[in-house]
Ligand binder design. Structure first.
Ligand code: S3P
Length: 167
């Protein structure tokens, strides 16, 4: 089985849905942000502040390659910026089925805490603009675009419909 890879904007529910999905499929779950934090021993805001975004992106790319190369299939929740760099995302796309969680960015911003997300500190309008900049790349990377966000269960149910034996 291939990896199940979740992409989309910060706060769209990749980690929450990834955990639920892992439980439903009996697969291990990995989160690229959590792997970077564990490897570097620093939180994401601290990494951005002390080493800069470019350093974070290097770490994130390394983690993506490591996770993609794992033999055992896993559910992999990706940091929101990872799919924007084609070379960093390529190993995950090659070895996974990629789902874009296309939740409305205004709804995300209004409902989800942006604490601990350095690139979401400039207000609602900037958040919407960032999504507009990224949406085409998310669509390009995805095998499937997910549209159900009334609850994490509803999102997971839609993802499962696209997986063998999951519907
Ligand atoms: C980022 C998203 C974050 C984290 C970092 C940068 C982005 O992950 O990787 O703050 O560029 O969208 P989440 O999508 O899990 O918030």
């Amino acid at each position: 089985m291939k990896h199940v890879v979740l992409i989309g904007m910060m706060g769209c529910g990749k980690t929450t849905c990834g955990n639920l999905l892992g439980a439903r499929l009996g697969l291990p779950v990995a989160d690229t942000d959590a792997c970077v934090v564990a490897q570097e021993g620093q939180s994401i805001p601290d990494l951005f502040a002390t080493r800069g975004e470019a350093y974070f992106r290097t770490c994130e790319g390394r983690v993506a390659a490591e996770l993609a190369a794992r033999q055992e299939a896993a559910v992999i929740a990706c940091g929101g910026g990872l799919p924007l760099r084609e070379e960093a995302f390529a190993p995950l796309r090659e070895r996974g089925v990629v789902f874009f969680l296309n939740r409305d960015p205004g709804e995300i911003y209004d409902r989800v805490s942006m604490q601990g997300r350095p690139l979401a500190q400039d207000g609602r309008r900037a958040f919407l603009a960032l999504f507009a900049q990224r949406e085409a790349a998310y669509r390009r990377c995805a095998h499937h675009v997910i549209t159900q966000f009334s609850s994490p269960e509803a999102t997971v149910a839609e993802i499962l419909q696209h997986l063998p034996g999951g519907g």
